[in-house]
Design a protein around this ligand. Structure first.
Ligand code: HEC
Length: 131
C-alpha cells in the first residue's frame, strides 16, 4: 500500500499533542535537573581552581573558614555569599570581582551552598554565628 505524503501534514496536530504532552511532564523536569547539575558542575570547577587553596578541596576549611557547617561569619544567604565572593573581606578573603565572570560567581555560590551538611574529613572548627 502506498501512503500519501500529505498524511504527515494531516496528522501534524496529533503529533504535536503527543510530543508536547510528553515534554510538559517528565522532559521538563529532566531539563531543569540537567541545567542544575551543569551549573553545580561549573561551580565545583571554579571552586577547585580558585577557592580550594584557602578553603580546602572539600570546603572543610584551612586558611579560610569551613564552608560546610551551619556557622557563618558574613551570613548564610545566597546574596551574602555572592557579596563576599565579589568583594572579599579585609580579613584575607580575596575579591573576585575582576577575576570571575558573573555566571561563575553565581555557580560557585550555589556550589558553596550545596556543601551545607556535608561532613568532610579534617573539618576546621566552626567560626561565626549559627544560622
Ligand atoms: C586567599 C585565600 C582565599 C581564597 C582564594 C578564597 N577565600 Fe574565601 N575566605 C578566606 C578567608 C580568610 C575568609 C574569612 C574572611 C573573614 O573572616 O572576613 C573567607 C571567607 C569566605 C566566605 C564567608 C564565610 C563565612 O563564614 O561567612 C565565603 C562564602 C567564601 N570565603 C567563599 C570563597 C569562594 C567561593 C572562593 C573562591 C571563588 C574563595 N572563598 C576564595 C580566604 C580565601
Amino acid at each position: 500500500m502506498k501512503i500519501p505524503k500529505y498524511i504527515f501534514l494531516v496528522t501534524l496536530p496529533f503529533q504535536w499533542i503527543l510530543l508536547s504532552g510528553n515534554s510538559n511532564s517528565t522532559r521538563g523536569d529532566e531539563r531543569i535537573l540537567q541545567a542544575d547539575s551543569f551549573h553545580l558542575g561549573n561551580g565545583k570547577k571554579v571552586f577547585t581552581a580558585q577557592c580550594s587553596g584557602c578553603h580546602g578541596v572539600a570546603g572543610q576549611g584551612s586558611y579560610g573558614p569551613n564552608l560546610c557547617d551551619k556557622y557563618w561569619i558574613h551570613g548564610a544567604h545566597y546574596h551574602n555569599i555572592v557579596h563576599i565572593i565579589k568583594h572579599g573581606t579585609s580579613n584575607g578573603m580575596t575579591s573576585f570581582k575582576h577575576k570571575l565572570k558573573h555566571h561563575d560567581v553565581r555557580d560557585v555560590a550555589h556550589y558553596v551552598l550545596s556543601l551545607q551538611g556535608s561532613k568532610p574529613a579534617n573539618a576546621k572548627a566552626a567560626e561565626g554565628k549559627l544560622h
